[in-house]
Structure formats: structure tokens, C-alpha cells
Design a binder for this molecule. Structure first.
Ligand code: NDP
Length: 328
């Protein structure tokens, strides 16, 4: 048997989540069975936990796009019982049963062995949000970013992606300017290593001039929309923005002028289908660069039973840092 947060639709088509004990034969097909220890909460999980059912295609469903745990059994030679593993995305938790359960069964191709330095709990404090933040930092560095080039902007800084990006960049010696719409998170962001707090309102106005003063050496952008358009015009010559999120909207009301007069680069970041070599590289860098004491300050511990309420909160932008769910 295993315990799962099962989402079922009622006769009116409204989805409800409840904790249930299920026999192992309810687990989906897959080569590796994992005893899940920790999971987490992302925006997508909030959607899948909501009354509308979000991205889920068939019910009943177990959400949870990320999990970390220990291999219980494997018919794939790459994994053996006792291996500590992490899974992020691959549409697990959306189109397949995910991590909000004490057991998960998935394809071996989707699992990464955890680096020695990372516990399963730390891996879920990182989760998709932190993994994506790492992909963004790696993309910026692959395009030439280095700590001596000036301030790096992080938008949506008090959210999951932004918190981990702030901590990662600061620990690598970057000077981080953190954009937030929640002034009460200033102490938290400074603890993570932010050197400057930029009020969201400073970047809220839409683009009036396509080029403003050259201010940022790089940017991890979790917000998109009008803020991303504005930031493009403030980048230094040749600098890059890693476009990660859409918390502020999907439209990009921008001008091409920063690209063609300042050589600014807009780098797209996708964590869901990221090929395996890039995943292994990112987890190794997370294990090396992310200070575990800073990670600890981001954690909001939770249980499976708390997830429906927390799912609603993340959709309203009310969750600070990273929710870590002990599923056991
Ligand atoms: P969170 O909800 O934890 O954080 C988003 C943050 O954005 C909020 O905390 C808030 O930061 C800020 N924000 C929210 N609404 C607005 C707004 N209207 N205008 C400006 N800022 C706003 O989400 P995550 O950090 O987990 O994810 C961030 C984004 O990245 C999401 O859009 C998510 O879908 C996307 N994402 C993309 C991935 C990929 O593969 N590309 C993977 C993971 C996430 P503050 O309170 O500091 O202002």
C-alpha cells in the first residue's frame, strides 16, 4: 500500500483532493519504483490542485511535478534499490501520477541520481524552481556573465525561482539586485544575499524609451510581460536576460532596439524537457554552489494535507521561498 493525495472530479466536474491509502497495483507503468521522501510546490502544482484541475488530463490523479526519494525497485540497470534520486518535470504530476504520494513509479530516463552533498530534503527545497534558476544562471554564464561585470537583476525575487537565483548568484560572488513587490520580504532577500532591493513599482511602467541607462550585467527574469520589456532596455552592452517565467504576463511589449543597438541577448529557459546532460550538469552545480544554510531560510515545511491550501496560495503569489513537503 501507499498513501497519496488523490485528486478526483465530482459529478459537476469540480476537482477535490483527499488523502487516500492505495494498493501498489494502482501505480502507473514504469521501470523504477521510488519510495518518495519529499516533494514540493510549484505554480503548476497549484493549478493541478485547484477546482478546475489545471493541466491534468485524466482523473483520478496524483499531482506533484517534483519528488526526491530512494529507489525501491528497478528493472533498469542504471538504478538499484537504495539509490537516492530526484525527478523534476517531464510532465510527471501533470499527465502522469507525481510526487504527492509515498511511492511513485516512473521511467528510468527521467531520474537523476542525487549528488552526495544533497539530501532528498535539500533537493526538494531546490525543486523545479531552483533547478530552473540554476539553468538560468548557467545560460547567463555560458553567454559570458562573470561576477566582475556589475549588478545582476533577479525579478520575482521572493518567489521560488527568484529566491534560489538570488542565493546562487550571491554565493558565486555576484552583486544581486532583487526586484520584489513585497517590501516585507526585504530582510529575507538580504539574508539570501541580495545587495539591493528594487521595488516592483520601479519597473512596472511600460517602455517609454527603448533604451535607458545601461544598468544590469545580467538578469534572471521570473516575471515576463511589461517588466521584462522594460528590463531589456536597461541591460548593459552585450548582456543577457534569461527568460524563465510569466508571473507578470505572457505578452512582451518590447522594442528590438536593445537587441540591435546594444547586442542584448534574450535566452529562453525550459526546465520541463531539458535533456539529461544539462540536468546532470545543473544538479552538480547546485550541489557545489548553493549554500545549504541559505537554502534553509527559504524552506516552508509542509505535509500532504496542507497542499490544497498552499496550492491556492501560490496561485495568488502569496508563497514565499520554497515549500518542502515531507510526504511520509
Ligand atoms: P512563485 O509564485 O513562487 O514566484 C513568482 C514571483 O513573481 C512572486 O513571488 C512575485 O515576486 C512575482 N510576481 C507575481 N506576480 C507578479 C506580477 N503581476 N508582476 C510582477 N511580479 C510578480 O513562482 P516560481 O518562482 O515557482 O515561478 C516563477 C515563474 O517561473 C512562474 O511564471 C513559473 O510558471 C515559471 N517557471 C518556469 C519554468 C521553466 O521551465 N521555464 C520552471 C519553473 C517555473 P515578489 O513577491 O518578490 O514580487
Amino acid at each position: 500500500m501507499f498513501r497519496a493525495l488523490l485528486v478526483e472530479k465530482d459529478a459537476e466536474g469540480v476537482a477535490h483532493a483527499s488523502l487516500q491509502d492505495l494498493p501498489d497495483d494502482r501505480l502507473p507503468e514504469g521501470g523504477v519504483t521510488v519510495a518518495v521522501e519529499y516533494s514540493t510546490l510549484n505554480y503548476k502544482d497549484g493549478l493541478c490542485l485547484g477546482a478546475g484541475g489545471g493541466l491534468v488530463k485524466s482523473w483520478p490523479h496524483v499531482p506533484g511535478i517534483d519528488f526526491a526519494g530512494v529507489v525501491e525497485s528497478s528493472d533498469d540497470a542504471r538504478f538499484a534499490p537504495g539509490d537516492r534520486v530526484v525527478l523534476t518535470c517531464w510532465r510527471v504530476g501533470e499527465t502522469r501520477w507525481g510526487g504527492y504520494a509515498t511511492k511513485a513509479r516512473v521511467k528510468a530516463d527521467w531520474l537523476v541520481k542525487l549528488p552526495e552533498a544533497l539530501s532528498t530534503r535539500a533537493a526538494m527545497a531546490v525543486g523545479t524552481a531552483g533547478f530552473t534558476a540554476m539553468l538560468a544562471v548557467l545560460a547567463l554564464e555560458d553567454h559570458g556573465l562573470a561576477p566582475d561585470q556589475g549588478e545582476v537583476l533577479v525579478t520575482g525575487a521572493a518567489g521560488g525561482v527568484g529566491s534560489v537565483a538570488t542565493a546562487l548568484l550571491a554565493s558565486r560572488g555576484y552583486e544581486v539586485a532583487a526586484v520584489t513587490g513585497r517590501p516585507e520580504t526585504e530582510a529575507y532577500l538580504r539574508d539570501l544575499g541580495a545587495a539591493r532591493i528594487v521595488p516592483r513599482a520601479d519597473l512596472a511602467e511600460t517602455v517609454k524609451r527603448p533604451l535607458e541607462s545601461e544598468t544590469w550585467a545580467g538578469c534572471v527574469d521570473a516575471v515576463g510581460g511589461a517588466m521584462l520589456a522594460r528590463v531589456l532596455g536597461q541591460m548593459k552592452y552585450g548582456a543577457s536576460v534569461a527568460a524563465v517565467g510569466l508571473a507578470g504576463g505572457t505578452a512582451l511589449p518590447a522594442s528590438v532596439v536593445p537587441f540591435i543597438l546594444r547586442g542584448v541577448n534574450l535566452l529562453g529557459i525550459d526546465s520541463v524537457m531539458k535533456p539529461m546532460p544539462g540536468r546532470v550538469r545543473a544538479w552538480e552545480r547546485i550541489a557545489r554552489d548553493l549554500p545549504l544554510d541559505r537554502l534553509e531560510t527559504m524552506i516552508r515545511p509542509a505535509t500532504l494535507a496542507e497542499l490544497p491550501a498552499l496550492g491556492a496560495a501560490i496561485l495568488k503569489g502569496e508563497v514565499q521561498g520554497r515549500v518542502v513537503v515531507d510526504v511520509r
